[in-house]
Design a protein around this ligand. Structure first.
Ligand SMILES: Nc1ncnc2c1ncn2[C@@H]1O[C@H](COP(=O)(O)OP(=O)(O)OP(=O)(O)O)[C@@H](O)[C@H]1O
Ligand SMILES: O=c1[nH]c(=O)c2[nH+]cn([C@@H]3O[C@H](COP(=O)(O)O)[C@@H](O)[C@H]3O)c2[nH]1
Ligand SMILES: NC(=O)CC[C@H](N)C(=O)O
Ligand SMILES: [Mg+2]
Length: 515
């Protein structure tokens, strides 16, 4: 991959933010990719990176099983930027000393520069940065000097001019660090002298040639949901292997109101791909009968997708590859990181929900990208805005929005309520402003009064959030009048609902979906 364009290699020590670092470098139009801590200096040298960034990580460098790096990497003469754990590891491996600090530092801290340096070129002195660590570098290795200190006079950034090694204790990659992107830019351009040769167009070209090479004249199926990720994946792979690609859209019985109709229309009008519709309602719903645990639901759905595809291709020939629109947040939440050791939040059906005995090889061109990057790519591929800006709708569908057991009656209620939420948000002109807007059905009943009748029915939760990449999210500040209209319509138009509540939790600590 690294042949013609400049590469910044990120060594992933297990941080939740590792892929965010690569993404920030790509924002500078320079290619970046993650590598495991086990990569050797020799292997790295073959890729001729312009620079190396060492990520943060959950371990302490003095833990017995803490990931280390090949010490030769520090002698390659290639510029290095260590972030948090990366800074601690550089210090320790070069003979400095790291120990647990008196106090942990999480969140905002102010830093001040001690000397002029390229890393902080044009950065305002005294900026707020984001910290997330418990350990501290107490003794610097020989040849290192301090570039910045915190309000409490602790080391915030250090460097060895002679070795061309830089390090920061804070996280320049997160949005909360002021001018963090400028610091990354300075490293990439002023220190590494990388050239901005990467763009979505080059990504598309490279992906097409890589896919051609990998798949050859074998055949592939694409799990096509009609969302932006799988639609862009289908179009990209079709460019590479043409009619050896067959797309399948599955009606799981867990879809939203009019979903099949809308998707069929979009595919007919906009795509010239071979798309087959599979009615799998019975098999999904019968497998889910009586199941209320969220992780069980996700595993059942993940497996059922694969079984459905296996049945669908019978008689159509040999298909070796399964194309999915998997994105990076699906991967990290399912606890599959390059460096290992991230924690499982939920099993995304398309990652941790896949059955172990699956025969298909996975082809996931966007596995390292975030949704807004895929949206840009989809525009570049010429996909219509209606698909590009479609809200994400998870593969497990309404199954993870009916808390607890799924019944046909509950599916009917949720479908009707959800259609009202989406229609009202759309009519208010807010569809593009929010990340997702949907309804959730809770498995409890409460008392109400309608007309002169007592009711004892379900509550509907409105979940409307803003987000850039689904890694973090906040509840959307929707006008009261709109909330009022949605709530009144739901209670009046949907049988068996007598109460509507608004979910005002952010992510973290909540997640966007309820299961
Ligand atoms: N109904 C479906 N039929 C076929 N494939 C599906 C379906 N739902 C999900 N998938 C597959 O699972 C992947 C993950 O989908 P999911 O809907 O959970 O996330 P998403 O962010 O909404 O992605 P997308 O934009 O592709 O829908 C999709 O990219 C697609 O490959
Ligand atoms: O591909 C997917 N397979 C899944 O199993 C799945 N579960 C959640 N989501 C979507 O991912 C984003 C983050 O969701 P959470 O905050 O609920 O974890 C949100 O956009 C969710 O809609 C899924 N996507
Ligand atoms: N975010 C990090 O990289 C943390 C590094 C280390 N685990 C610490 O607590 O100091
Ligand atoms: Mg989807």
């Amino acid at each position: 991959m690294a042949s013609e364009k400049d590469l910044i290699a990120v060594i992933d020590f297990g941080s939740q933010y590792s892929q965010l670092i690569a993404r920030r470098v790509r924002e500078c139009s320079v290619y970046s990719e993650l590598f495991p801590p086990t990569i050797s200096a020799k292997e790295l040298a073959k890729l001729s990176p312009k620079g190396i960034i060492l990520s943060g990580g959950p371990n302490s460098v003095y833990d017995e099983d803490a990931p280390k790096m090949d010490p030769e990497i520090l002698n390659m003469g290639i510029p290095i930027l260590g972030i948090c754990y990366g800074m601690q590891l550089i210090s320790q491996q070069l003979g400095g000393h790291v120990e647990q600090g008196q106090k942990h530092e999480y969140g905002r801290t102010k830093i001040k520069f001690e000397s002029e340096n390229l890393l902080f070129k044009n950065v305002t002195n005294e900026i707020n940065v984001w910290m997330s660590h418990g350990d501290e570098v107490k003794v610097l290795p020989e040849g290192f000097c301090c570039l910045a200190i915190t309000e409490n006079k602790k080391l915030a950034s250090v460097c060895s001019p002679e070795k061309n090694i830089y390090a920061v204790q804070f996280h320049p990659e997160v949005a909360h660090t002021e001018q963090g992107q400028l610091i990354i830019r300075n490293f990439v351009f002023d220190i590494c002298k990388a050239k901005p040769t990467w763009s979505m167009v080059t990504f598309i070209q490279d992906s097409i040639s890589k896919i051609k090479e990998m798949v050859g004249d074998q055949k592939a199926i694409c799990a096509l949901s009609g969302g932006v990720d799988s639609s862009a994946a289908a179009v990209l792979v079709h460019k590479a292997i043409g009619d050896n690609l067959t797309c399948f859209y599955v009606d799981t019985g867990l879809m939203r109101k009019n979903e099949n109709r809308d998707i069929k229309r979009i595919f007919d009008e906009e795509f010239h791909l071979n798309v087959k519709f599979i009615d799998a309602r019975e098999r999904f719903l019968s497998k889910l009968e009586g199941v209320s645990d969220p992780e069980r639901k996700r595993k059942i759905i993940g497996e059922e997708f694969i079984r459905t595809f296996e049945d669908a291709i019978k008689g159509l020939g040999d298909f070796d590859w399964l194309v999915q629109g998997t994105l990076y947040p699906d991967v990290i939440e399912s606890a599959v990181s390059v460096g290992g050791k991230a924690v499982r939040i939920k099993s995304h059906h398309n990652v941790a929900g896949l059955p172990e005995d699956m025969k298909f090889k996975l082809l996931e061109p966007f596995r390292n990208l975030f949704k807004d990057e895929v949206r840009n790519l989809a525009l570049e591929l010429g996909l219509p805005e209606e698909i590009v800006y479609r809200h994400p709708f998870p593969g497990p569908g309404l199954a993870i929005r009916i808390v607890g057991e799924i019944t046909r009656e509950k599916l009917r209620i949720l479908r009707d309520a959800d259609a009202i939420v989406r229609e009202e948000i759309f009519n208010a002109g807010l569809y593009r402003d929010v990340w997702q807007a949907f309804a959730v059905l809770l498995p409890i009943k409460s008392v109400g009064v309608m007309g002169d009748r007592r009711t004892y029915s379900y509550p509907i939760v409105l979940r409307i959030v803003s987000s850039d990449d689904a890694m973090t999210a906040d509840w959307a500040r929707i006008p009261y009048d709109l909330l009022d209209r949605i709530a009144r319509r739901i209670v009046n138009e949907v049988d068996e609902v007598n109460r509507v509540v608004y979910d005002i939790s952010s992510k973290p600590p909540a997640t966007i979906e309820w299961e």
